[in-house]
Design a protein around this ligand. Structure first.
Ligand SMILES: CC(C)(COP(=O)(O)OP(=O)(O)OC[C@H]1O[C@@H](n2cnc3c(N)ncnc32)[C@H](O)[C@@H]1OP(=O)(O)O)[C@@H](O)C(=O)NCCC(=O)NCCSC(=O)CC(=O)O
Length: 913
């Protein structure tokens, strides 16, 4: 074979010699020498003046001769490329001088020509031989090895890299799905090239190509034929995986229909000779797009990636010596929990802060995925126990998250800013129409700054921080900062008046009161030795914000256990003063955990958050869930049905009070199409009309999930996620919570299906009322059950249905209003003999606060009465005041409110009609 080729080349040389007389003839004769010389000489001939047809043949001879070289001969070959085919310094000088004398376009073009090393022309000509591109890629692989011996060969590598960047332009690549029926030659290559999680033979490959829960996509280039340049292995799973073992070793394919997540668990660059050559930044995006078209039920696209540089980097960190020591000898299961926080913290620091030259992340896998538009989402440890992974990363792995509609923005940010501090949690936490997004990382910074300011303001563990501010990300940051420093968060309805605030501050004795800057004038007088008053505006401005900017950020968190107090939420009472329900960290954490699981809420969710954040629903259900899950909140200052519908195609979940749903139903735009992207609608805080539930299903195909809770207990029951969501029922107790129905008089459990008091026990139930031990004791049974004050029944089907209230309470648009408080205010007005405040059906608010008033004598002006109640929050003020001569009473003299509700039942429906 070698002889044959040599013969052909001799003939060929002769042919050229005949055509071209002169010095080259001597050179060409030399081609009859050993491979090293033939290669070198063929290159020289290629650079000479020969036609294209001859070039193809000479290029072939050059590459064939090169293929015969051993390592040492290759080194010599590369050196000759460097020395014999570089730039001609004299030519550059001359070209520069010519351009300097006459700086025209022709001069520039010539300058360019001479500045380019001759090697590039040589490589282009070599590329004319059949199948040359792949052979040149392999040549570069050899070069990279040779550079370890002789780093001065680097200029040749630059030429290769320069040419490959255009030859392997992303536009030429095609993506193909590879399955078990692909040609054996390709399948063999997959096994050979898989280097992230090596395959153990054909059965392993077959498993990775299983049709039902696996996918494999490979990218090909026309010049390299069936050579997969990059391939991506995908597992379809339920939820985001935190360890590679189950993915690699799972013996049987799981049900693909149940899969909601596509995991890119192995991404291989097949050809080492293409090292550093970028195929563009959207390879994975193309895989994501393909998967989402094929499998529309997928909701999450995520990697499970190695962190290859972690161990080497950790070895350079002085402060990590202790951790290294603990990891070095291997660890047992008992040590895992203690070590995990440290490993994850160092891992986060590595991904976010360790930089390579150029400011990009030091970790090559991070560079690839962040450059492709993913964000670093979650570190997992221990996640890969393969010896190589233990050695390179102590077993650490990471999920990079691809969110389809964020890929391009993230890529831009990465390229533009090198994504510095926000790499690790660059994911969006708050999305606000018309305003910049706020990432988790930025939020963390805000919380740490505020925690610093709180500490500087003297807030110590156990101190109350009372807050009456407009809804904003900063307000959520203040909540988290309060918890971080061990304080107790006390949110107050923005509708509360000065008189109401007086009471809360007097009762809770907070260390700090934070109000809106516009309200400072009416609150400044409260400041004193024990109370500091600061401001925080909806736009993040105010004196607290200023202090946060100046304070030393606080990174540590005061250690809190489940029994430590986290928040106080005031609820008006049936009698007299409002009561502060004290909720513990354990209450909030356990409820969040139960809801996340029950509603399958995770990092892929995008929640339309339109609730106020001074109540359980908006703060401890909606915001806590999004924060803990790592989800995104589309954060709206108030609920607007049309805006919510507009946002539904980029959201997955809405949590609302029934008024939200009544208003949505009023919009003709609410239909299957506008709600197609949504997966869950939750309703709570007040009863949802069964007819609204049914109408919503008819219009959208979605069954609203109704749940039941209250300030003192967080969430208690929920309709099932998968099972039947029954209109008019609030479902079953959440995990870990017990609900029972008891007799109102005796307190004994009633028979199934009977109506009685709803009582609840579990980790969700509050500690008690602030400074009110007697009131607390009165609402608990000796065996620890809390008496909710609602009446309900649990029927055969196991669903709880609420049938009424034992307490006198109106729920208006999701806000609780206790009639007693309003009656006391009315009765104190001049000319009023007595009053009864009731809730009447209201088409928008569910119930509307309504006052029935008896004058002392003569008549009373209803409008004047309403106007005189300005010390009450607006939502507590009666929508209508009806003046009557007398209130209906029973024989015991008790006002019969049921009679009044019946007599005036149509008041608002008539008014609205
Ligand atoms: C229903 C709403 C969307 C209505 O708000 P709107 O934005 O339409 O109202 P608005 O701000 O434009 O105000 C219009 C007028 O109505 C008054 N107004 C506003 N909300 C009111 C209400 N709920 N009841 C009575 N009046 C109300 C305002 O003072 C104003 O009066 P004027 O015109 O006179 O100035 C809102 O109130 C809301 O978001 N409610 C959710 C409450 C909630 O989160 N509850 C959860 C509690 S936790 C809990 O119960 C536990 C559990 O969840 O299980």
């Amino acid at each position: 074979m070698g002889k044959q080729r040599l013969g052909f080349l001799s003939d060929f040389v002769e042919a050229i010699t005949r055509r071209k007389r002169g010095g080259e003839a001597e050179t060409l004769k030399a081609l009859a020498r050993p491979a090293s010389e033939r290669a070198r000489v063929a290159c020289a001939v290629l650079m000479g003046r020969i036609g294209d047809a001859a070039r193809v043949a000479v290029a072939e001879q050059a590459l064939s001769a090169y293929a015969e070289l051993d390592a040492e001969e290759r080194l010599a070959f590369f050196r000759s490329l460097r020395d014999d085919h570089g730039v001609d310094a004299e030519a550059i000088r001359t070209a520069y001088a010519a351009w300097d004398a006459q700086p025209d376009a022709a001069g520039v073009a010539h300058l360019f020509e001479v500045v380019e090393p001759a090697r590039q022309t040589l490589l282009r000509r070599l590329n004319m031989a059949p199948g040359a591109t792949l052979r040149l890629v392999r040549m570069r692989q050899d070069l990279l090895a040779a550079m370890r011996v002789d780093p001065d060969l680097a200029p040749i590598d630059q030429d290769f890299a320069h040419l490959f960047a255009s030859w392997f332009n992303r536009g030429f690549l095609t993506m193909r799905r590879i399955d078990w029926n692909a040609p054996a030659a390709i399948l063999e290559k997959l096994m050979e090239y898989e280097s992230v999680h090596q395959m153990q033979g054909w059965p392993d490959l077959k498993r990775r190509l299983a049709d039902n829960d696996r996918r494999l996509y490979a990218f090909f280039h026309p010049a390299t034929g069936d050579e997969p340049l990059i391939f991506v292995e995908v597992a379809l799973t339920q939820g985001m995986p935190d360890a590679i073992g189950p993915i690699l070793t799972a013996p049987d394919a799981r049900e693909p229909a149940a899969a909601d997540t596509a995991v890119f668990y192995s991404i291989n660059n097949s050809l080492p000779g293409l090292k550093g050559v970028s195929f563009g930044n959207f390879l994975i995006k193309q895989v994501v797009a393909q998967l989402s078209a094929d499998l529309p039920e997928l909701r999450c696209y995520v990697t499970l990636s190695p962190v290859p540089g972690f161990a080497a980097w950790l070895a350079t960190q002085d402060d990590a010596a202790g951790l290294r020591g603990a990891l070095a000898g291997g660890w047992d299961d008992d040590a895992v929990d203690a070590l995990r926080p440290q490993v994850l913290a160092w891992g986060a620091r590595y991904i976010a802060q360790a930089k390579a030259r150029g400011g990009l992340p030091a970790d090559p896998v991070a560079r690839f995925h962040l450059g492709n538009g993913a964000c670093a989402h979650r570190l997992n440890w221990p996640a890969d126990l393969a010896p190589s992974a233990l050695k390179s990363a102590h077993g650490l792995m990471i999920n990079y998250l691809y969110e389809l509609d964020r890929i391009e923005d993230r890529h831009e940010a990465f390229v533009r800013d090198g994504e510095t501090a926000e790499v690790m949690q660059g994911k969006t936490l708050f999305e606000r129409p018309g305003q910049p997004d706020i990432s988790f990382a930025r939020m963390r910074g805000m919380v740490e700054a505020l925690a610093g300011a709180l500490t500087a303001a003297g807030v110590a563990p156990g101190d109350r921080v009372a807050v009456q501010v407009e809804k904003s990300p900063e307000a959520i940051a203040l909540y988290l900062a309060t918890l971080q420093v061990g304080g107790i968060f006390l949110p107050l309805n923005t509708a509360y008046t000065g008189a109401e605030i007086d009471y809360f501050i007097g009762d809770a004795a907070p260390r700090l009161f934070v109000c809106d800057p516009a309200q400072l004038a009416s609150h400044a007088h409260r400041a004193g030795d024990t109370l500091t008053v600061l401001t925080l505006g909806a736009d993040g401005q105010g004196t607290l914000a200023e202090r946060a900017a100046a304070a030393t950020p606080r990174e540590d968190a005061h250690p809190c256990g489940p029994d430590d107090r986290a928040a106080i939420l005031y609820t008006s009472g049936t009698t007299g003063r409002s009561k502060g329900a004290v909720l513990t960290h354990g209450n909030l954490a356990s409820n969040t955990e139960a809801l996340l699981e029950h509603w399958r809420f995770d990092a892929n969710d995008r929640l339309i958050h339109a609730l106020p954040i001074f109540h359980t629903h908006g703060l401890f259900v909606a915001a806590n869930m999004a924060l803990v899950a790592g989800a995104t909140m589309i954060f709206l200052t108030r609920f607007d049905a049309e805006q919510a519908i507009d946002l539904m195609d980029r959201a997955t979940v809405l949590m609302g009070v029934p008024t939200f749903y009544t208003r949505l139903l009023k919009s003709p735009r609410l239909d299957r199409e506008t709600t197609a992207n949504m997966r869950l609608f939750v309703s709570g805080s007040a009863p949802l009309l069964a007819e609204d539930h049914r109408a919503f299903t008819e219009r959208t195909g979605h069954r609203i999930l109704e749940r039941y809770g209250m300030t003192e207990t967080c969430m208690i029951t929920s309709n099932p996620y998968d099972g039947d969501r029954i209109a008019g029922a609030v479902g079953m107790a959440l995990p870990g919570i017990t609900v029972r129905i008891t007799d109102r008089e005796t307190g004994a459990p009633v028979a199934p299906g009977e109506i009685g008091l709803i009582e609840v026990k579990g980790p969700n139930v509050f500690e008690g009322y602030w400074n009110m031990p007697e009131k607390t004791a009165a609402e608990f049974r000796p065996d620890g059950f809390f008496i909710t004050g609602d009446l309900g029944t649990i029927q055969e089907d196991g669903y709880l249905r609420i049938v009424g209230r034992d307490k006198d309470l109106v729920i208006s648009g999701g806000y609780n209003v206790y009639p007693k408080e309003v009656e006391e205010a009315i009765d104190a007005l001049p000319g009023v003999l007595e009053s009864a405040v009731i809730g009447l059906p209201h088409p928008d608010l569910g119930e509307a606060v309504t006052a029935i008033v008896v004058p002392k004598s003569g008549t009373l002006d209803a409008d004047e009465i309403r106007a005189a109640l300005s010390d009450l929050a607006r939502f507590k003020q009666p929508r209508q005041v009806i003046v009557v001569d007398a209130l209906p009473r029973n024989v015991m003299g008790k006002v019969q409110k049921a009679e009044l509700r019946k007599a005036h039942a149509g008041l608002y429906s008539q008014a609205m009609a």
